[in-house]
Design a protein around this ligand. Structure first.
Ligand code: SAM
Length: 137
């Protein structure tokens, strides 16, 4: 979930898994799809908001690493819905592996500390994204 350009999914496919990657970014899904096609690996990737994910008991395991949707959804309710969707996607006994930023660790960075709201334990970041054509957004 929130697989990005397939950093982990492609490696898992190389190791014999069948990854089903979902990400809200069309461009990342394009890159991940091309990566497994180029190597002839198994797997599939879908442009999908984790909030609307509707897999039903089809996944042996689920992973969400480096804030792939969890941590980015903006509210407790949205995060709960995403976690419910993961639970629904898992077969009985399946594991969910989730990595999360430890906030007290993160705020040691002065740039983060300034943007960090201790009450909601959230921060807002503004980033400039440069696409492959050099266009900034
Ligand atoms: C920091 S990146 C991590 C990507 C990947 N897990 C990795 O470790 O390389 C966070 C990813 O989550 C995706 N994402 C954020 N919100 C999402 C959502 N609601 N549903 C699906 N993907 C989402 C972003 O598009 C981005 O690819």
């Amino acid at each position: 979930m929130g697989c990005g350009p397939g950093r982990h999914s492609v490696e898992l496919a190389r190791r014999g898994c069948y990854p089903t990657g979902v990400d809200i970014s069309e461009r990342f899904i394009e890159i991940a799809t091309r990566a497994i096609a180029d190597e002839g690996l198994p797997g599939e990737f879908h442009v999908l908001d984790a909030w609307f994910m509707e897999f039903e008991s089809t996944a042996d395991q689920a992973i969400c690493l480096s804030e792939g949707a969890v941590g980015l959804a903006g509210s407790d309710a949205a995060h709960q819905q995403i976690l419910d969707n993961v639970f629904a996607a898992l077969r009985s006994g399946g594991y969910f592996v989730l990595s999360a930023i430890q906030t007290s660790n993160a705020v040691q960075d002065p740039a983060v500390a300034e943007a960090f709201d201790a009450y909601t334990r959230t921060m807002q970041e503004d980033e400039v994204i440069v696409d492959s054509d050099g266009q900034e957004r």
